[in-house]
Design a protein around this ligand. Sequence first.
Ligand code: NAD
Ligand code: ZN
Length: 403
Amino acid sequence: MSDNRAVVYRGAGKVSVESVDYPELVLRPGPGVPRRNENRECPHGVILKVVATNICGSDQHMVRGRTTAPEGLVLGHEITGEIVEVGRDVEYRKVGDLVSVPFNVSCGRCRNCTERRTDVCLNVNDHPGGAYGYVDMGGWRGGQAEYVMVPYADWNTLRYEDKAQAMEKILDLTMLTDIFPTGYHGCITARVGSGSTVYIAGGGPVGLAAATSAFFLGAAVVIVGDPNKARREHARGFGCETVDPLAGSLPEQLEQLLGVPEVDAAVDCVGFEAKGHKDGTEENAAVLNQAMQITRAAGGIGIPGLYVTEDPGARDESARHGSVSMGFGTGWAKSLTFATGQTPTMQYNRQLREAILNDRVHIARNVNATVLPLEEAARGYEEFDAGVPKKFVLDPHGLLRAA
Ligand code: NAD
Ligand code: ZN
């Protein structure tokens, strides 16, 4: 049955919208599905009609050919949808429910899940951690599609009790699937609190979500650093200070803003494709080294930015295998703390949902949520890659335009 349209990775620089199989409550063999997951039965799953699904900077790493993602992978891990079918073992979800899906796939049963560490579930992949539509994440089919299967649905879905109210704020709520919890987790792990001064590296959607979170947590000053001028301008639009971290000394720029050359907390929202020099040349450790340089002794560094184990597009051999050249001694000497990895989305999505529904935060505005029909996904990928200050939200059934 090929009556499902989906965004498919077709090799470096290429995505296309294609007809693929309608999902079943089974994970069929396919690109990126490890042997352990082939023909895995999911009677605990549901099938969603996708209402909103976003393009992420994490997808860009794959589409730029900077990972080992296989061709034919159906992309998409930021999924909100309406349930159209429930498996035999689903108890507390029913057809018609509108749900938000954390981008992590997790079982709710293993040691890590029971400790709320759904970022490293032990049962959904052949190594810790799973996600939809992502390289090495268990082969779970992506949700940049009309329909998608979500396993362990009682556990993996956050329901909106009032569907009409949720559809009114759907462009904010769609950010609960990943970037809002991710920015928030970056701030929490960097120990941002009332009166903190914060440096956010990266003014992409994750950086802007982190900046939004820092304000929400009570930060006194939020400084977004990005070499991209349009993104800096956008960040200033909701109260952030901005710097170009590659134009001169970062500590000196911070000193001009704060009176001291350091901040209480730093959040890396860039990852391994970081630019290290004014001419745009990459240096995968650039942000990590700057963060150590400008975070005060005893401060915290949150690292949601992605670092890979294999980077076929890297310039040097060690980076090709995921090594970064960090001045770690600086971190030791300053007793800094570091936290990295996937975000355990489920730890935050419920509270952030309430903040959105009660008008405490305006995440869609701050990340400039921009709706595109699914069929125009390739254009979204292209513009996002060019650095526009937008977060693209795909609309597979025209329900967002209607809302
Ligand atoms: P993005 O590519 O849109 O944004 C990255 C920004 O960093 C760009 O604007 C770029 O100009 C800027 N940049 C490059 N070098 C820089 C430097 N040296 N200093 C400051 N800024 C620099 O991506 P995004 O969607 O905002 O995602 C950001 C990162 O977060 C990605 O690596 C993505 O994979 C990761 N991510 C992680 C999680 C998680 O669970 N940990 C979840 C979502 C996204
Ligand atoms: Zn994402």
